[in-house]
Design a protein around this ligand. Structure first.
Ligand code: NAP
Length: 171
């Protein structure tokens, strides 16, 4: 199973991010992420054998994290997969610490694909035709977070879909 750890936005923020995705798509083209798929990836685990998923889910279900608030105030792009995203202008210390501590925990399961340069972002578009975010509205949004999720990613005819398998306790 293809898995990753993520923060899931509160509903009101998800809706706002969806509106931004619409605006971005009108300008840049590409494939808009469905509202229900909007997230911040903390750790991409890749393919995990099914027999390991139960233990991983149990770990997530017991692993509380401190709460925090992520400020979203920047548009960004990744050229290669044509991604248009929103994220923070400044590095976020709390998210960097969370990323590090989750990977420390994951090491006990034998996962070691920790990214050297973690760039927290919410992908809004994939395969955008234009990676031009000038002219898009200024953003200043707050994302309060208190728990993280274990998410499964799989493909359907019209693209990737996600399924939440476990959530950590609320901070
Ligand atoms: P995904 O590749 O499973 O990615 C899920 C999440 O993990 C996304 O937030 C993605 O970040 C992140 N991620 C993926 N690879 C990463 C890596 N090497 N390092 C760090 N983070 C990583 O699903 P998706 O991104 O929604 O789909 C992208 C493409 O992969 C689609 O074309 C889809 O068809 C294909 N896909 C293939 C499979 C498969 O089984 N082979 C399964 C699902 C999707 P970003 O948002 O920055 O990309």
């Amino acid at each position: 199973m293809r898995l990753f750890l993520a923060l899931e936005p509160p509903d009101s923020l998800r809706e706002r991010l969806g509106e931004l995705a619409d605006l971005a798509q009108a300008r840049c083209g590409g494939r808009r992420m469905p509202d229900e798929s909007l997230h911040l990836t903390l750790a991409f685990l890749g393919e995990v054998p099914e027999e390991r998923v139960t233990a991983l889910s149990a770990w997530v279900g017991e692993r509380s994290i401190p709460s925090g608030e992520w400020r979203l105030d920047a548009w960004g792009t990744f050229r290669r997969p044509g991604i248009v995203w929103v994220g923070g202008r400044e590095p976020d210390t709390a998210l960097a610490r969370l990323h590090g501590s989750l990977w420390d925990g994951l090491a006990a399961f034998g996962f070691n694909h920790r990214l050297e340069h973690f760039v927290p972002h919410v992908t809004l578009l994939r395969r955008a035709r234009r990676l031009e975010t000038r002219g898009l509205p200024t953003i200043d949004l707050a994302w309060p977070w208190r728990r993280f999720s274990l998410v499964r990613s799989f493909t359907e005819n019209d693209g990737a879909r996600y399924q939440t398998l476990a959530r950590s306790p609320v901070a």
